[in-house]
Design a binder for this molecule. Structure first.
Ligand code: MLT
Length: 411
Protein backbone atom coordinates (compact mmCIF):
# COMPACT_ATOMS: atom_id res chain seq x y z
CA UNK A 1 0.00 0.00 0.00
CA UNK A 2 1.37 3.37 -0.95
CA UNK A 3 0.34 6.21 1.37
CA UNK A 4 0.55 9.67 -0.06
CA UNK A 5 1.40 13.02 1.48
CA UNK A 6 -2.21 14.07 2.00
CA UNK A 7 -1.25 17.70 2.26
CA UNK A 8 -1.01 17.68 -1.52
CA UNK A 9 -4.71 16.96 -1.92
CA UNK A 10 -5.54 20.03 0.15
CA UNK A 11 -3.89 22.22 -2.49
CA UNK A 12 -5.86 23.96 -5.23
CA UNK A 13 -5.80 21.92 -8.46
CA UNK A 14 -2.82 23.65 -10.03
CA UNK A 15 -0.21 26.33 -9.58
CA UNK A 16 -1.40 29.89 -10.38
CA UNK A 17 0.75 30.36 -13.48
CA UNK A 18 -0.29 26.96 -14.85
CA UNK A 19 -3.96 28.03 -14.52
CA UNK A 20 -3.27 31.22 -16.42
CA UNK A 21 -1.30 29.36 -19.12
CA UNK A 22 -4.14 26.86 -19.58
CA UNK A 23 -6.71 29.65 -20.02
CA UNK A 24 -4.47 31.36 -22.57
CA UNK A 25 -3.98 28.09 -24.52
CA UNK A 26 -7.76 27.52 -24.61
CA UNK A 27 -8.30 31.06 -25.87
CA UNK A 28 -5.60 30.61 -28.53
CA UNK A 29 -7.12 27.37 -29.76
CA UNK A 30 -10.50 29.07 -30.16
CA UNK A 31 -9.01 32.29 -31.63
CA UNK A 32 -5.96 31.27 -33.67
CA UNK A 33 -5.60 34.70 -35.30
CA UNK A 34 -5.66 36.77 -32.12
CA UNK A 35 -2.39 38.66 -31.50
CA UNK A 36 -1.95 37.92 -27.84
CA UNK A 37 0.40 40.05 -25.75
CA UNK A 38 1.64 38.24 -22.66
CA UNK A 39 2.25 40.45 -19.64
CA UNK A 40 1.37 37.67 -17.22
CA UNK A 41 4.15 35.50 -15.77
CA UNK A 42 7.29 37.45 -14.97
CA UNK A 43 9.44 35.92 -17.67
CA UNK A 44 12.06 38.04 -19.37
CA UNK A 45 12.26 38.69 -23.13
CA UNK A 46 15.69 40.25 -23.64
CA UNK A 47 18.64 38.02 -24.52
CA UNK A 48 21.34 37.17 -21.99
CA UNK A 49 24.12 39.77 -21.64
CA UNK A 50 26.84 39.08 -24.22
CA UNK A 51 29.40 38.93 -21.37
CA UNK A 52 27.52 35.89 -20.01
CA UNK A 53 27.26 34.29 -23.44
CA UNK A 54 31.00 34.70 -24.03
CA UNK A 55 31.76 33.16 -20.65
CA UNK A 56 29.51 30.20 -21.45
CA UNK A 57 31.24 29.61 -24.80
CA UNK A 58 34.62 29.56 -23.09
CA UNK A 59 33.32 27.22 -20.41
CA UNK A 60 31.88 24.86 -23.03
CA UNK A 61 35.33 24.68 -24.63
CA UNK A 62 36.83 23.84 -21.24
CA UNK A 63 34.35 21.00 -20.91
CA UNK A 64 35.53 19.64 -24.27
CA UNK A 65 39.07 19.05 -23.04
CA UNK A 66 39.90 16.45 -20.38
CA UNK A 67 42.52 18.74 -18.80
CA UNK A 68 39.96 21.49 -18.10
CA UNK A 69 36.81 19.36 -17.89
CA UNK A 70 34.73 19.68 -14.69
CA UNK A 71 32.53 17.02 -13.18
CA UNK A 72 30.82 17.48 -9.83
CA UNK A 73 31.61 20.86 -8.34
CA UNK A 74 31.11 22.08 -4.78
CA UNK A 75 27.36 21.93 -4.06
CA UNK A 76 27.51 25.43 -2.56
CA UNK A 77 29.01 26.91 -5.73
CA UNK A 78 32.51 27.36 -7.14
CA UNK A 79 34.79 29.75 -5.25
CA UNK A 80 35.12 31.99 -8.32
CA UNK A 81 31.37 32.75 -8.23
CA UNK A 82 30.86 32.76 -4.46
CA UNK A 83 33.77 35.18 -3.92
CA UNK A 84 32.54 37.43 -6.74
CA UNK A 85 29.08 37.56 -5.13
CA UNK A 86 30.56 38.38 -1.71
CA UNK A 87 32.74 41.15 -3.15
CA UNK A 88 30.13 42.78 -5.38
CA UNK A 89 26.79 42.28 -3.65
CA UNK A 90 27.96 42.62 -0.05
CA UNK A 91 31.53 43.88 0.63
CA UNK A 92 31.18 46.69 -1.94
CA UNK A 93 28.13 47.88 0.04
CA UNK A 94 29.86 47.65 3.41
CA UNK A 95 28.09 44.40 4.34
CA UNK A 96 30.00 41.65 6.04
CA UNK A 97 28.90 38.33 4.51
CA UNK A 98 31.37 35.43 4.35
CA UNK A 99 31.84 33.00 1.48
CA UNK A 100 30.59 30.07 3.55
CA UNK A 101 27.31 31.91 4.14
CA UNK A 102 26.50 31.84 0.39
CA UNK A 103 24.78 28.88 -1.26
CA UNK A 104 24.54 28.99 -5.06
CA UNK A 105 21.46 27.24 -6.39
CA UNK A 106 19.20 26.81 -9.40
CA UNK A 107 16.67 29.44 -8.33
CA UNK A 108 14.99 31.42 -5.60
CA UNK A 109 11.75 29.61 -6.34
CA UNK A 110 13.46 26.34 -5.37
CA UNK A 111 15.22 27.83 -2.35
CA UNK A 112 12.23 29.70 -0.90
CA UNK A 113 10.25 26.51 -1.48
CA UNK A 114 12.84 24.17 0.04
CA UNK A 115 14.00 26.22 3.03
CA UNK A 116 11.07 24.88 5.06
CA UNK A 117 12.81 21.49 5.15
CA UNK A 118 15.11 22.71 7.94
CA UNK A 119 12.30 24.34 9.95
CA UNK A 120 9.93 22.63 12.37
CA UNK A 121 6.31 22.00 11.44
CA UNK A 122 5.03 23.75 14.57
CA UNK A 123 6.29 27.17 13.51
CA UNK A 124 3.60 29.77 12.92
CA UNK A 125 4.16 31.24 9.46
CA UNK A 126 3.21 34.75 8.39
CA UNK A 127 2.89 35.83 4.77
CA UNK A 128 2.03 39.17 3.29
CA UNK A 129 -1.24 39.08 1.35
CA UNK A 130 -1.05 39.16 -1.69
CA UNK A 131 2.04 36.97 -1.85
CA UNK A 132 4.22 34.94 -4.23
CA UNK A 133 2.28 31.64 -4.16
CA UNK A 134 5.36 29.43 -3.69
CA UNK A 135 5.67 30.45 -0.02
CA UNK A 136 2.10 29.42 0.73
CA UNK A 137 1.91 26.29 -1.41
CA UNK A 138 5.17 24.84 -0.09
CA UNK A 139 4.08 25.38 3.51
CA UNK A 140 0.79 23.69 2.66
CA UNK A 141 2.71 20.74 1.15
CA UNK A 142 4.76 20.44 4.34
CA UNK A 143 1.65 20.48 6.54
CA UNK A 144 2.42 23.83 8.14
CA UNK A 145 -0.54 25.70 6.62
CA UNK A 146 -3.52 23.72 7.93
CA UNK A 147 -6.56 23.61 5.66
CA UNK A 148 -7.68 25.81 2.81
CA UNK A 149 -10.75 27.78 3.93
CA UNK A 150 -13.68 29.09 1.88
CA UNK A 151 -12.26 32.62 2.06
CA UNK A 152 -9.10 31.51 0.26
CA UNK A 153 -6.94 31.56 3.38
CA UNK A 154 -5.13 28.63 4.97
CA UNK A 155 -6.27 27.99 8.53
CA UNK A 156 -2.83 28.01 10.18
CA UNK A 157 -1.14 30.79 8.22
CA UNK A 158 -1.11 34.36 9.45
CA UNK A 159 -1.96 36.81 6.68
CA UNK A 160 -0.65 40.35 6.68
CA UNK A 161 -2.72 42.36 4.20
CA UNK A 162 -0.99 44.80 1.87
CA UNK A 163 -3.59 46.89 0.08
CA UNK A 164 -4.32 50.46 -0.97
CA UNK A 165 -5.75 51.02 2.54
CA UNK A 166 -2.35 50.60 4.22
CA UNK A 167 -0.30 51.88 1.30
CA UNK A 168 0.92 48.30 0.76
CA UNK A 169 2.99 48.47 3.95
CA UNK A 170 2.49 45.31 6.05
CA UNK A 171 1.67 45.87 9.72
CA UNK A 172 3.12 43.61 12.40
CA UNK A 173 0.78 40.68 13.14
CA UNK A 174 -1.24 40.77 16.35
CA UNK A 175 -0.41 37.12 17.11
CA UNK A 176 3.11 35.85 17.68
CA UNK A 177 4.68 34.33 14.56
CA UNK A 178 7.90 32.38 14.10
CA UNK A 179 8.61 32.63 10.37
CA UNK A 180 7.93 35.65 8.18
CA UNK A 181 8.24 35.74 4.40
CA UNK A 182 9.01 39.19 3.02
CA UNK A 183 9.63 39.88 -0.68
CA UNK A 184 10.92 43.37 -1.49
CA UNK A 185 10.67 44.90 -4.03
CA UNK A 186 7.43 43.02 -3.79
CA UNK A 187 6.06 40.39 -6.07
CA UNK A 188 3.22 40.88 -6.97
CA UNK A 189 2.47 44.51 -5.95
CA UNK A 190 5.76 46.02 -7.15
CA UNK A 191 5.85 48.16 -3.99
CA UNK A 192 8.78 48.55 -1.59
CA UNK A 193 9.64 49.10 2.07
CA UNK A 194 11.97 51.84 3.23
CA UNK A 195 14.83 51.02 5.59
CA UNK A 196 12.77 52.26 8.53
CA UNK A 197 9.78 50.13 7.54
CA UNK A 198 11.93 47.02 7.16
CA UNK A 199 13.64 47.71 10.49
CA UNK A 200 10.29 47.32 12.27
CA UNK A 201 10.20 43.71 11.02
CA UNK A 202 13.81 43.01 11.90
CA UNK A 203 13.23 44.36 15.41
CA UNK A 204 10.11 42.18 15.70
CA UNK A 205 12.11 39.11 14.64
CA UNK A 206 14.86 39.86 17.16
CA UNK A 207 12.36 40.37 19.96
CA UNK A 208 10.35 37.24 19.16
CA UNK A 209 13.21 34.92 18.11
CA UNK A 210 11.53 34.77 14.72
CA UNK A 211 13.10 34.19 11.30
CA UNK A 212 12.67 36.46 8.28
CA UNK A 213 12.89 34.80 4.87
CA UNK A 214 13.74 37.79 2.71
CA UNK A 215 13.24 37.33 -1.03
CA UNK A 216 15.29 39.96 -2.84
CA UNK A 217 14.91 38.56 -6.35
CA UNK A 218 13.96 42.00 -7.72
CA UNK A 219 16.75 43.97 -6.02
CA UNK A 220 18.28 45.06 -9.33
CA UNK A 221 15.18 47.14 -10.12
CA UNK A 222 15.56 49.47 -7.12
CA UNK A 223 15.85 53.08 -8.23
CA UNK A 224 15.03 54.99 -5.03
CA UNK A 225 17.61 55.77 -2.37
CA UNK A 226 15.67 54.88 0.77
CA UNK A 227 14.89 51.35 -0.43
CA UNK A 228 17.33 48.76 1.00
CA UNK A 229 19.10 46.48 -1.51
CA UNK A 230 19.74 43.81 1.10
CA UNK A 231 18.05 43.09 4.42
CA UNK A 232 21.54 43.02 5.96
CA UNK A 233 21.63 46.80 5.63
CA UNK A 234 19.31 46.76 8.65
CA UNK A 235 21.02 46.50 12.04
CA UNK A 236 20.55 43.11 13.62
CA UNK A 237 19.28 41.40 10.45
CA UNK A 238 22.30 39.11 10.29
CA UNK A 239 20.95 37.37 13.40
CA UNK A 240 17.43 36.79 12.12
CA UNK A 241 17.26 36.80 8.31
CA UNK A 242 17.98 34.53 5.38
CA UNK A 243 18.20 36.35 2.04
CA UNK A 244 17.39 34.95 -1.40
CA UNK A 245 18.87 36.56 -4.51
CA UNK A 246 18.56 35.55 -8.13
CA UNK A 247 20.13 36.10 -11.53
CA UNK A 248 16.77 35.39 -13.21
CA UNK A 249 15.30 38.86 -13.31
CA UNK A 250 18.62 40.67 -12.87
CA UNK A 251 20.43 39.19 -15.85
CA UNK A 252 17.82 37.24 -17.80
CA UNK A 253 18.59 33.81 -16.30
CA UNK A 254 14.96 32.59 -16.06
CA UNK A 255 15.79 29.76 -18.45
CA UNK A 256 19.46 29.52 -17.52
CA UNK A 257 18.86 29.01 -13.77
CA UNK A 258 21.20 30.48 -11.20
CA UNK A 259 20.52 32.10 -7.83
CA UNK A 260 21.96 32.16 -4.35
CA UNK A 261 20.81 32.10 -0.76
CA UNK A 262 22.58 33.78 2.14
CA UNK A 263 22.38 31.99 5.49
CA UNK A 264 24.51 33.93 7.98
CA UNK A 265 26.17 31.72 10.58
CA UNK A 266 24.64 33.93 13.27
CA UNK A 267 21.03 32.96 12.43
CA UNK A 268 19.88 30.45 15.01
CA UNK A 269 16.97 28.07 15.32
CA UNK A 270 16.00 26.17 18.45
CA UNK A 271 15.33 22.57 19.41
CA UNK A 272 12.26 21.77 21.51
CA UNK A 273 14.60 21.77 24.51
CA UNK A 274 15.67 25.32 23.73
CA UNK A 275 19.11 24.39 22.38
CA UNK A 276 20.46 26.81 19.75
CA UNK A 277 21.38 25.44 16.32
CA UNK A 278 22.90 27.46 13.46
CA UNK A 279 20.59 27.34 10.43
CA UNK A 280 23.68 27.63 8.22
CA UNK A 281 24.76 24.17 9.37
CA UNK A 282 21.34 22.68 8.65
CA UNK A 283 20.99 24.33 5.24
CA UNK A 284 24.49 23.21 4.31
CA UNK A 285 23.51 19.65 5.25
CA UNK A 286 20.29 19.83 3.25
CA UNK A 287 21.91 21.49 0.23
CA UNK A 288 24.84 19.08 -0.01
CA UNK A 289 22.57 16.08 0.40
CA UNK A 290 19.80 17.03 -2.01
CA UNK A 291 21.53 19.27 -4.57
CA UNK A 292 24.55 18.65 -6.77
CA UNK A 293 25.42 22.18 -7.76
CA UNK A 294 24.66 24.56 -10.61
CA UNK A 295 26.45 23.55 -13.84
CA UNK A 296 29.98 24.97 -14.23
CA UNK A 297 29.02 26.63 -17.53
CA UNK A 298 26.15 28.50 -15.89
CA UNK A 299 28.24 29.58 -12.91
CA UNK A 300 30.82 31.05 -15.29
CA UNK A 301 27.99 32.97 -16.98
CA UNK A 302 26.80 34.26 -13.59
CA UNK A 303 30.34 35.33 -12.70
CA UNK A 304 30.55 37.30 -15.97
CA UNK A 305 27.46 39.30 -14.96
CA UNK A 306 29.76 41.09 -12.48
CA UNK A 307 32.46 41.97 -15.04
CA UNK A 308 32.55 45.64 -16.13
CA UNK A 309 30.95 44.67 -19.46
CA UNK A 310 28.38 42.46 -17.71
CA UNK A 311 27.43 45.21 -15.26
CA UNK A 312 26.92 47.68 -18.09
CA UNK A 313 24.77 45.26 -20.07
CA UNK A 314 22.69 44.35 -17.02
CA UNK A 315 22.08 48.02 -16.31
CA UNK A 316 20.86 48.52 -19.88
CA UNK A 317 18.52 45.52 -19.61
CA UNK A 318 17.07 46.70 -16.29
CA UNK A 319 16.63 50.24 -17.67
CA UNK A 320 14.78 48.80 -20.67
CA UNK A 321 12.28 46.98 -18.44
CA UNK A 322 11.94 49.98 -16.11
CA UNK A 323 11.12 52.12 -19.16
CA UNK A 324 8.40 49.61 -20.06
CA UNK A 325 7.08 49.88 -16.51
CA UNK A 326 6.94 53.66 -16.87
CA UNK A 327 5.04 53.34 -20.15
CA UNK A 328 2.50 51.00 -18.54
CA UNK A 329 2.09 53.19 -15.45
CA UNK A 330 1.66 56.36 -17.51
CA UNK A 331 -0.64 54.83 -20.12
CA UNK A 332 -2.96 53.13 -17.66
CA UNK A 333 -3.08 56.13 -15.33
CA UNK A 334 -4.07 58.28 -18.29
CA UNK A 335 -6.99 55.88 -18.77
CA UNK A 336 -8.14 56.61 -15.23
CA UNK A 337 -6.87 53.31 -13.82
CA UNK A 338 -5.17 53.25 -10.42
CA UNK A 339 -1.72 51.71 -10.70
CA UNK A 340 0.94 50.90 -8.10
CA UNK A 341 4.52 49.62 -8.18
CA UNK A 342 6.61 49.74 -11.33
CA UNK A 343 9.09 52.31 -9.97
CA UNK A 344 11.51 49.97 -8.19
CA UNK A 345 10.07 46.86 -9.78
CA UNK A 346 9.09 45.23 -13.06
CA UNK A 347 5.56 44.63 -11.73
CA UNK A 348 2.62 47.01 -12.00
CA UNK A 349 -0.33 46.33 -9.73
CA UNK A 350 -3.55 47.59 -11.25
CA UNK A 351 -6.83 48.19 -9.41
CA UNK A 352 -9.57 46.63 -11.51
CA UNK A 353 -12.08 49.14 -12.91
CA UNK A 354 -15.79 49.25 -12.14
CA UNK A 355 -15.48 46.89 -9.16
CA UNK A 356 -14.61 43.96 -11.44
CA UNK A 357 -13.14 40.85 -9.85
CA UNK A 358 -9.56 39.91 -10.64
CA UNK A 359 -10.59 36.98 -12.84
CA UNK A 360 -13.35 39.08 -14.44
CA UNK A 361 -10.80 41.70 -15.46
CA UNK A 362 -8.36 38.97 -16.56
CA UNK A 363 -11.06 37.44 -18.82
CA UNK A 364 -12.03 40.84 -20.19
CA UNK A 365 -8.42 41.70 -21.07
CA UNK A 366 -7.83 38.30 -22.67
CA UNK A 367 -11.08 38.17 -24.65
CA UNK A 368 -11.47 41.81 -25.68
CA UNK A 369 -7.93 43.22 -25.76
CA UNK A 370 -5.96 39.95 -26.16
CA UNK A 371 -3.69 40.95 -23.27
CA UNK A 372 -2.62 38.46 -20.61
CA UNK A 373 -2.17 39.67 -17.03
CA UNK A 374 -2.16 37.75 -13.76
CA UNK A 375 -5.29 37.96 -11.59
CA UNK A 376 -4.44 39.52 -8.25
CA UNK A 377 -6.60 37.11 -6.27
CA UNK A 378 -4.31 34.30 -7.45
CA UNK A 379 -1.71 35.79 -5.08
CA UNK A 380 -4.04 35.71 -2.07
CA UNK A 381 -7.45 36.96 -0.91
CA UNK A 382 -6.25 40.56 -0.48
CA UNK A 383 -5.29 40.54 -4.17
CA UNK A 384 -8.97 40.37 -5.14
CA UNK A 385 -9.88 43.42 -7.21
CA UNK A 386 -6.35 43.79 -8.62
CA UNK A 387 -4.42 42.48 -11.61
CA UNK A 388 -0.66 42.29 -12.12
CA UNK A 389 1.09 43.30 -15.33
CA UNK A 390 4.78 42.78 -15.99
CA UNK A 391 7.22 45.11 -17.70
CA UNK A 392 9.20 42.14 -19.04
CA UNK A 393 7.61 42.29 -22.51
CA UNK A 394 9.28 43.85 -25.52
CA UNK A 395 9.03 47.63 -25.90
CA UNK A 396 6.86 47.18 -29.03
CA UNK A 397 4.41 44.83 -27.28
CA UNK A 398 4.31 47.04 -24.21
CA UNK A 399 3.38 50.09 -26.29
CA UNK A 400 0.86 48.07 -28.28
CA UNK A 401 -0.73 46.74 -25.07
CA UNK A 402 -0.98 50.21 -23.56
CA UNK A 403 -2.61 51.42 -26.81
CA UNK A 404 -5.18 48.63 -26.51
CA UNK A 405 -5.99 49.72 -22.95
CA UNK A 406 -7.34 52.97 -24.39
CA UNK A 407 -10.35 50.94 -25.54
CA UNK A 408 -11.40 50.40 -21.94
CA UNK A 409 -14.18 52.66 -20.87
CA UNK A 410 -14.03 53.35 -17.15
CA UNK A 411 -17.15 54.45 -15.32
C1 MLT B 1 6.17 35.61 -11.40
O1 MLT B 1 5.61 35.84 -12.47
O2 MLT B 1 5.68 35.88 -10.31
C2 MLT B 1 7.52 34.99 -11.47
O3 MLT B 1 7.89 34.70 -12.77
C3 MLT B 1 7.55 33.77 -10.72
C4 MLT B 1 8.90 33.23 -10.53
O4 MLT B 1 9.91 33.93 -10.58
O5 MLT B 1 8.95 32.04 -10.26
Amino acid sequence: MIYINENYIKLPGSYLFSDVARKVEEFKAANPNAKIIKLGIGDVTKALPSAAIRAMHLAVDEMADASTFRGYGPEQGYDFLVNTIVENDYKAHGLDIAADEIFVSDGSKSDTGNIGAILGLDNVVAVTDPVYPVYVDTNAMAGRAGNLLQNGRWSKLVYVPCTIENDFVPELPKEKVDIIYLCYPNNPTGTTLTRDQLKIWVDYAIENKALILFDGAYEAFITEDDVPHSIYEIEGAKDVAIEFRSFSKTAGFTGTRCAYTVVPKTVMGYTKLGEKVALNRLWNRRHTTKFNGVPYIIQRAAEAVYSPQGKKEVKDIIDYYLDNAKIIRKGLSAQGLNVYGGINSPYIWVKTPDGMTSWGFFDYLLNDLNIVGTPGVGFGPSGEGYLRLTAFGTLENTKEAVGRFSKISIQ
